[in-house]
Design a protein around this ligand. Sequence first.
Ligand code: NAD
Length: 289
Amino acid sequence: MAGPSLTAQIWIDLRTFDSSRWQAPAMGQRELGRFAGAAVIITGGAHGIGRACAARLAEEGAHIVVADLDQTAAQQVASGLAPKDRSHVPVWLDVTDASSVERAFAEAISGLGGIDVLINVAGGDTNHGTFEETADEVWVSMIELNLLGVVRCCRAAIPYLRRSDKNPAIVNVSSVNALAALGSEPYSSAKAGIGALTINLAASLAADGIRVNTVAPATIRTRNWEGQQGGADRFRHLYPLGRVGEPEDVAAAVAFLASTDAAWITGHTLPVDGGLLTGARPEFQDGPL
Ligand SMILES: NC(=O)c1ccc[n+]([C@@H]2O[C@H](COP(=O)([O-])OP(=O)(O)OC[C@H]3O[C@@H](n4cnc5c(N)ncnc54)[C@H](O)[C@@H]3O)[C@@H](O)[C@H]2O)c1
């Protein structure tokens, strides 16, 4: 027996479709700050890329919920965000635990009254051996953290995003590992799943006016490279733009995709990669191989 068509779920009825939700912002709105008065929840907001996103969106007018496993650091980040008189709140959250995600979102809502933007940053890789040496437990933990963590936060946020009248959006942080063969198969595969999630949520949430996009950073100078010989800069020679990325490079791309400057962009994964994925290798630029 034929079931409902898959395409039917994402079919847009042009008779009832309200395209005014995708209009580019008027100049006056831009001058106020792209996130003026918006409530933004950032998972993994206590360190590195998430902290830079919190700083950037706060500067542009948002109220920030810093949602993180590291409660002390989340408190420090929230209390340091500008301006001091705006409500920025820390919330404890473990994205690998569904009940913790639900609790954290309920707490965030009671603090800020709603959610307009969700930024999914929490994630990371782990040390393991070669593909053949890597046990299922590593795969499960990487999928739990990097894919299901994003799924859980999207699921918790969507009912609130539907009620938002401030250009609701989701931006996920994936990795160039999802787009090129760079090793770390469990991490890379989990991050690649975010790309499929992004396309599908973008399609199914479009009629609600919710945009969904992803950024895929390459090497970004965060604490994860500290203590390793050569740190993040040991990869500098791979980058046509001559340096590794800073958390602020990713935050700028996240802010763009979350803002109405990207009002007509949904379902995409944007590499933030200093030219890595061009395939060019600066050491080969003196001539052909
Ligand atoms: N740094 C890089 O080179 C790089 C490159 C590509 C992608 N990324 C991705 O960017 C994101 C941030 O990376 P980063 O380098 O800023 O890392 P980071 O370790 O500095 O920050 C990660 C944050 O996530 C939080 N976190 C970790 N597990 C959590 C959990 N279960 N629940 C809630 N919060 C949790 C941490 O406490 C921390 O605040 C990750 O998803 C990572 O995979 C990083």
